[in-house]
Design a protein around this ligand. Structure first.
Ligand code: F42
Length: 327
């Protein structure tokens, strides 16, 4: 059966994010992914409080990266969450958002190699042994955690590009694909499945990390979605826009509005085609129908991501009652 996760951006007070995670657990969600950007509340502080206040839901950064935090520190941070949560930690790791890293002058060099190395380093340290690592990006002379993690910590790699998707399948326990539409998920699933076959791996969690907006009133759900879809469309590469038949000129206008800080106007310029391409939105039954299509093409975990709804508590309940039972 498909698993359900929730993505939370720790942009509000920490206890509010924790409240959502607790509520998600109570409403049948199995995973909570907390995003990592330096300008939001700290991901591990948030996860630590969430871990201490829940008992079933698995949780982890979704996703951290090897550039913002040194791999050995990430290994210890995730292992600490594993200890607090009694073995419920998962690690989402990716290349990092280049735009955010640029703001603080962090160089984004060899992202693919850096992701491979951080995963290898974390797994070695999680065994509790002293390690030496001579990578292309990271070199560790002698490191060891002073404690042993509770158990195996599953590693999920955030991936969109073909090489990162293949790396995720080869090295990870799962892939977090940042997309909502079958047209984007299907080619990613194909790369993952081909790679899994090549390396002879059977167990793997294929995760659709969606932009999701639900409301009993479709128009409300649609309105909420436009704010997030404006940013997704603005950042979408030409090849993705072409795949969905979205004219570059429509997106250019949104890019300019966002650049000028006119977010409300940018959201109003989002077209129906953009909404269909970059989000799952609508009433619970409409969302269920779109999610079922992703399951059909091989997705094994569906993550409900931003914006979710203006009232997240209500939406979590709505998903628990009206979406999850039908999936
Ligand atoms: N980023 C954040 O900073 N914070 C988050 O909380 C976050 C959440 C998140 C959740 C799901 C998800 O899928 C992504 C998420 N991201 C988040 C974004 C993530 O950090 C990455 O920026 C995003 O996933 C982009 O990854 P990508 O798969 O497109 O990979 C990039 C690096 C890419 O260009 N990949 C290419 C590919 O084909 O896959 C390969 C590039 C390559 O080959 N690079 C070589 C190398 O060694 O790295 C070097 C090439 C050369 O010679 O220059």
């Amino acid at each position: 059966m498909v698993k359900i996760g929730i993505e939370l951006v720790p942009e509000r007070e920490t206890m509010e994010t924790v409240k959502y995670i607790k509520h998600a657990e109570e409403n049948g969600f199995q995973y909570a992914w907390v995003t990592d950007h330096y300008n939001n509340r700290n991901v591990y502080a948030t996860l630590a409080v969430a871990a201490a206040n829940t008992s079933k839901i698995r949780m982890g950064p979704g996703v951290t990266n090897p550039f913002l935090v040194f791999p050995a520190v990430t290994a210890s941070a995730v292992a600490t969450i594993d200890e607090i949560s009694k073995g419920r930690a998962v690690m989402g790791i990716g290349a990092g958002d280049k735009g955010t890293l640029d703001q603080i002058g962090v160089e984004w060099k060899n992202p693919l190699t850096a992701v491979k190395e951080v995963v290898e380093i974390c797994r070695l340290l999680w065994k509790g042994e002293a390690i030496k690592y001579d990578g292309q990006v990271f070199k560790i002379k002698n490191a060891r955690l002073s404690y042993k993690p509770t158990g195996e910590i599953p590693v999920y790699i955030g991936a969109q590009g073909p090489k990162m998707l293949a790396l995720a399948a080869e090295l990870g326990d799962g892939a977090l694909i940042n997309a909502s539409n079958p047209k984007d998920i299907e080619p990613a699933v194909k790369i993952i499945k081909e790679t899994l076959k090549k390396v002879g791996k059977k167990e793997f969690d294929i995760v659709a990390y969606t932009s999701f907006s639900v409301d009993a009133n479709k128009e409300e759900a649609k309105k909420m979605a436009t704010y997030v879809v404006a940013f997704i469309a603005a950042a979408a590469p030409s090849v993705v826009l072409e795949r969905h038949g979205i004219p570059e000129s429509d997106v250019q206008q949104i890019r300019e509005l966002i650049g000028a800080g006119k977010i409300g106007k940018a959201a109003k310029s989002v077209t129906d085609d953009m909404l269909e391409a970059f989000s799952i939105y609508g009433t619970p039954s409409e969302c269920t129908e779109k999610m079922a299509k992703l399951v059909k093409i091989g997705v094994t975990q569906l993550v409900v991501g931003s914006p979710i709804a203006a009232d997240k508590m209500k939406a979590i309940e709505l998903i628990g009652k009206e979406v999850l039972p039908s999936l």
